[in-house]
Design a protein around this ligand. Structure first.
Ligand code: GL7
Length: 804
């Protein structure tokens, strides 16, 4: 393949591509076409390394990991890939010669919305880190035709539009039709004696869905490693269709065709909520089965005997959505490879490891047995047998103790419990922050912990500093490199060398300039693109994440309203101007979350229209928060709002992105906030509110009455007046008072207000503020996903790096 390494070659190839792809000369190209050309050129450029990487893995028969996740929230890839293959400057300058500005090209790339929130974004950071660390690790997921909806705000309310992100194609992918596999749904499965009398499974009258893989290259950071993210698309098969037509059953044939194509049509737009729909179960089995079949085929070709599968292959499941990998691997080993149950079980549990991402009970997946059985009859037989053998072991240890069995059963109450399956069928179970991992042991998964204490461990989340600092904030990156050199780029924990510069006035001044600059860049962007005017000299206080009651955007906006009322009563009040920025999508079916968006917009309008407040306060709700908007917001933040009810946010990862960009955390002792606080201390973060154990004690023992707080605290009463603005808000008032405030908004209100005052007090001390900002950046290295992934590789996957 002819590729480019110099500007001259780049320009020559660029001109050729313009002709081949669009039959245009360079002057006629639109920005979108320029984007498509460069993306294609990068894909060509790395294709040799991609092939080479795979060759070396196969040739050396290295141990590999496959990371199964039902979401990968990738974000745009052009800038990332240019950075990874060290071609950004060359490309920028070549385009300039053609009269294009690379900065105008980046926004042409649609965000692949293949995820909801933190869980999906974590998967994207993790494959980035695997490639950067030269670990043989690949992603496996679904190629949804429609990603998470496009959010519009109309009259203050969220409206969901379909996200047809594939409309103009996806230049990063390569369709691999020859690697397609078939996945079976429905039919009947039963056991019958085979040769020599041993029972074998018969599965008949099933429907076949064809899974077609689309591969996306995952580039290492300037190291020639190119791993693969494999996304599966569902198609119907003609054979299956004709089979039904032969019997004259047109209705069934069309129904089959439609169902097959539906499987990879939509991403489920729920975050942290279990969606008990048949199509979702089909999606889960579809990508797990397709992925595993292709892994096994590849493994047998290059590695050999299935008996040694677990020596070479690690399978990771990102939450329980891919947990059917356990019975599916059992099926392949027994039905297709002829192994015994015992051998298959040993291989399966040695291969699979499971990460839990939430303790919210509404997120724990459970499937109705009749539906499961009808859709996946063979898989059900295997799950049933796993459950039978497991409960037999429980009975032996605790004879006659029914309750012991009930707590840990996989099949119970006419349901398949996916978390139980994931724990029983894997060798490692981890939480995503220290606090969360402890809660799993003492609470959510307690009965399992007493059985398998050695399986439980913690892997605190991380984010890729390449995207979230180097790519998003070049100004700060340059300042850091000027100050401590470049070692931290490859070894982010070396950011610690920055800490002493917190005491250096010249450094702090430059840091303040960078922050100012980034606030101005954001203000200009919002002015130009969204007709929003911000005061770049105000404090930028930002809460961006999915809309959820446990994340308590409601607490934030009630405090804003409280400030507003103070200003109205006392217009001369001395406060530093503040801009409160919100962004996040609410699941279309999540009423309270959608009303909270309306409330935020109502308060925003109230303040805008009131001269007594408008000069000092500003509230904006930014439409359609996604990865690329995030990349503009994190660098501009002064204050990072991390205010979830303690114990509810398993980790959070936005908190880490803010930290890399020098914002100060205003947070509860929840998720990874606890570890951020541990890194920087009380002096450089602001912590408030109930602790996790207090929250859990209230849940268990009662004793909290939100009415008591309402009756005794005049500020709370006044803040809640805003809920009388619109009858819609009555629902929120009810949740807070009549349903006793499940998320302790009123309980934490006073302490949150005090914490906000503390923020203001610290901000007035510019020297102290930028010292804190420096300390945060210096300690952010610990929260790079490179650190997390190295821990997974060392402690769970047992995986070594491979030089390419
Ligand atoms: C989540 C957690 O809510 C979030 O705190 C965590 O950072 C993330 C990645 O581990 O996983 N769990 C979950 O179900 N979703 C998350 O974002 C959707």
């Amino acid at each position: 393949m002819r590729t480019w390494k110099t500007k001259k070659e780049f320009k020559k190839l660029f001109i050729e591509k313009a002709e081949v792809l669009f039959e245009k000369n360079v002057k006629e190209l639109s920005h979108r076409e320029v984007y498509q050309i460069i993306a294609t050129m990068i894909k060509d450029l790395v294709s040799d390394d991609w092939i080479q990487t795979e060759k070396i893995y196969n040739h050396k028969r290295v141990r590999q990991v496959y990371y199964f996740s039902i979401e990968f929230l990738l974000g745009r890839l052009l800038n990332t890939n240019l950075l990874n293959c060290d071609m950004e400057e060359l490309c920028r300058s070549a385009l300039q010669d053609f009269g294009f500005d690379l900065e105008d090209i980046f926004p042409e790339e649609p965000d692949p919305g293949l995820g909801n929130g933190g869980l999906g974004r974590l998967a994207a950071c993790y494959i980035d880190s695997m490639a950067a660390l030269q670990l043989p690790g690949h992603g496996c997921s679904i190629r949804y035709q429609y990603g998470l909806f496009d959010q519009r705000i109309i009259d203050g309310q969220q409206v969901e539009l379909p996200d047809a992100w594939l409309r103009n194609g996806f230049p990063w992918e390569i369709k691999k039709s020859d690697k397609a596999v078939d996945v079976r749904f429905g039919g009947h499965a039963y056991m019958r004696p085979g040769k020599g009398g041993a029972l074998v499974c018969v599965h008949e009258q099933y429907n076949t869905v064809r899974a077609v893989p689309y591969d996306v290259p995952v580039l290492g950071y300037q190291n020639r490693t190119v791993n693969t993210l494999r996304l599966w698309k569902a198609e119907y098969t003609r054979e299956n269709m004709y089979g039904q037509l032969r019997y004259g059953d047109y209705r069934k044939a069309l129904q089959y065709k439609d169902q097959a194509q539906q499987i990879s049509r939509f991403l489920y737009p729920n975050d942290s909520t279990y969606e008990g729909r048949k199509l979702r179960l089909m999606q889960e089995y579809f990508f797990v089965s397709a992925g595993l079949q292709s892994i096994m085929r590849h493994y047998k070709k290059h590695y050999g005997s299935p008996k040694l599968f677990d020596r070479y292959i690690a399978l990771h499941i990102n939450d329980t959505h891919p947990a059917l990998i356990i019975p599916e691997l059992m099926r392949i080993l027994m039905d297709e490879e002829g192994l015994s149950w015992e051998d298959s079980w040993r291989i399966t549990t040695n291969s699979v490891a499971y990460t839990n991402h939430t303790i919210l009970p509404e997120a724990l997946e459970r499937w109705s047995i009749p539906m499961f059985q009808e859709l996946l009859p063979r898989i059900f037989l295997i799950v049933d047998e796993i459950n039978r053998r497991w409960l037999e072991a429980v009975q032996q240890r605790f004879p006659g103790q029914e309750d012991k069995a009930r707590e840990v059963a996989i099949l119970w109450n006419n349901q398949v419990h996916m978390a139980s399956l994931a724990v029983v069928g894997s060798h490692s179970v981890n939480g995503v922050a220290k606090l969360h991992s402890e809660i799993l042991k003492i609470n959510t998964l307690k009965p399992f912990y007493t059985w398998f204490p050695e399986r439980f461990n913690n892997k605190t989340n991380g984010v890729t500093h390449r995207r979230w600092l180097i790519e998003s904030n070049p100004q700060l990156t340059e300042l850091i490199c000027d100050t401590i050199g470049k070692d931290w780029v490859h070894a982010p924990e070396k950011l610690l060398a920055l800490e002493p510069f917190g005491n250096d006035a010249a450094f702090r001044e430059r840091l303040a300039e960078v922050k100012q600059k980034r606030k101005e860049i954001l203000a200009e962007y919002l002015h130009k693109e969204r007709n929003i005017t911000l005061n770049p000299h105000s404090i930028f206080d930002i809460q961006i994440k999915r809309m959820h009651m446990y994340k308590r955007q409601l607490l934030n906006i009630l405090h804003v309203y409280h400030l507003y009322r103070q200003l109205v009563e006392n217009p001369g009040m001395d406060i530093i101007p503040r801009t409160f920025i919100f962004g996040g999508k609410a699941a279309a079916s999540y009423g309270e979350a959608k009303i909270t968006i309306q409330l935020i917009n109502t308060v925003a309008r109230l303040i805008d229209q009131d001269y007594r407040a408008a000069r000092k306060l500003k509230v904006v709700f930014l439409e359609n928060y996604n990865v690329s908007l995030g990349q503009k917001l994190f660098p501009a933040a002064d204050v990072s709002e991390q205010i979830s009810t303690a114990s509810k946010e398993a980790s959070g990862t936005g908190n880490m992105k803010f930290m890399f960009n020098g914002a100060i955390t205003l947070g509860t002792m929840d998720g990874a906030n606890v570890e951020i606080h541990q890194e920087v201390g009380d002096e450089h973060s602001v912590i408030f509110g109930l602790r996790a154990d207090e929250v859990q004690r209230y849940y268990q023992e009662g004793g909290y009455s939100s009415w008591d707080i309402y009756n005794s605290d005049a500020d709370v009463r006044r803040a809640l007046e805003v809920l009388e603005e619109n009858p819609m808000f009555g629902q929120l008032r009810e949740a807070l008072l009549d349903r006793n405030d499940e998320f302790f908004v009123l309980k934490d209100f006073k302490s949150y207000c005090a914490a906000q005052q503390e923020i203001e007090r610290r901000y007035r001390d510019t020297e102290g503020w930028f010292r804190s900002s420096t300390v945060n950046i210096a300690h952010a290295g610990h929260f790079s996903s490179d650190r997390s992934i190295q821990e997974y590789a060392d402690e769970i996957w047992n995986l070594d790096a491979v030089k390419i």
